[in-house]
Design a protein around this ligand. Structure first.
Ligand code: ADP
Ligand code: ADP
Length: 238
């Protein structure tokens, strides 16, 4: 069955309906994009999936568990993790130090036994950090302070911090925003390799890059699902 399923998801702010009766389902291993004009309800929808916003009505299940009304910490523990668009990086610390802190924070905060066993073995922490550095293509920048990184490198480090939790479902809020065309191409490639063995849900404004990255797109408009399809289908049916 699907790894994530939303049924009849509605969010009202007073009289304003930000999301209305959204049905949405993502299969394990899928790379899914969410697009739509400003005010379409993308952020609201995304925040309900990450449990930052509580739906007015409807339900969300993750790996068969009802997560409606759970906390962000609860769902992180289950393996649903979000990478923030503007994360808090420790700018005077190095890339490696930031990743070590993220791994340890995940470990301490969640007591995931599988992670604990992996880290608490000979060179377990070093291995995990080195693997993550390689995944986000920052191995050569590991010992550089974050303040000296280029913008695109900081964004890649944010993705690395999210990976410290070894999530089965990774939600990315505009991972390509503010990047140069070259950085976008590189990040799309990197996200595709990161997606192997996990599920990805991505919001982005840059449709061309997003269409390169995802296999299926959900288009939101006025708080509803307007259409879903492959990038090719969406492109040929504007
Ligand atoms: P998008 O991300 O597609 O731009 P949003 O989900 O941010 O759309 O917003 C959808 C609608 O809900 C907008 O009209 C927005 O002003 C409104 N909205 C979003 N968050 C809140 C909130 N916390 N309080 C009141 N209105 C909100
Ligand atoms: P983004 O689209 O990048 O998520 P926004 O500027 O739309 O950023 O929203 C920033 C924050 O303000 C979000 O938490 C959103 O839910 C909230 N928000 C958006 N619109 C409104 C609104 N009309 N009233 C109150 N809060 C809002």
């Amino acid at each position: 069955g699907p790894i994530l399923q939303a049924s009849g998801l509605t969010k009202r702010y007073g009289g304003l309906v930000a999301n209305s009766d959204i049905n949405f389902s993502v299969n394990p291993g899928e790379r899914r994009g969410i697009i739509g004009p400003n005010g379409a309800g993308k952020s609201t929808f995304f925040k309900m999936l990450t449990c930052e916003v509580v739906p007015t009505s409807g339900t969300i299940t993750f790996e068969g568990n009802d997560i409606t009304g759970k906390t962000v910490t609860d769902v992180c523990q289950l393996g649903l993790t979000k990478s923030y668009q503007v994360n808090q990086l420790f700018s005077r610390l190095t890339v490696r130090e930031n990743l070590i802190i993220a791994v340890l924070a995940e470990l301490r905060g969640k007591f995931r036994l599988d992670m604990f066993r992996r880290i608490d073995s000979v060179s377990g922490l070093t291995d995990q950090v080195n693997r993550t550095l390689a995944m986000v293509n920052l191995t050569e920048r590991a010992d550089v302070p974050v303040s000296e990184l280029a913008y695109g490198e900081k964004r890649r480090l944010e993705i690395g911090l999210a990976l410290a939790n070894s999530p089965s479902l990774l939600l990315l809020d505009e991972p390509l925003a503010g990047m140069s065309p070259q950085e976008r191409v590189e990040t799309v490639k990197l996200l595709k390799s990161i997606a192997k063995g996990r599920t990805l849900i991505v919001i982005d404004h840059d449709m061309d890059s997003l269409f390169e990255l995802v296999e299926k797109v959900t288009v939101l408009q006025e708080g509803r699902v307007l259409v879903e399809g492959t990038p090719e289908e969406i492109k040929s049916n504007p």
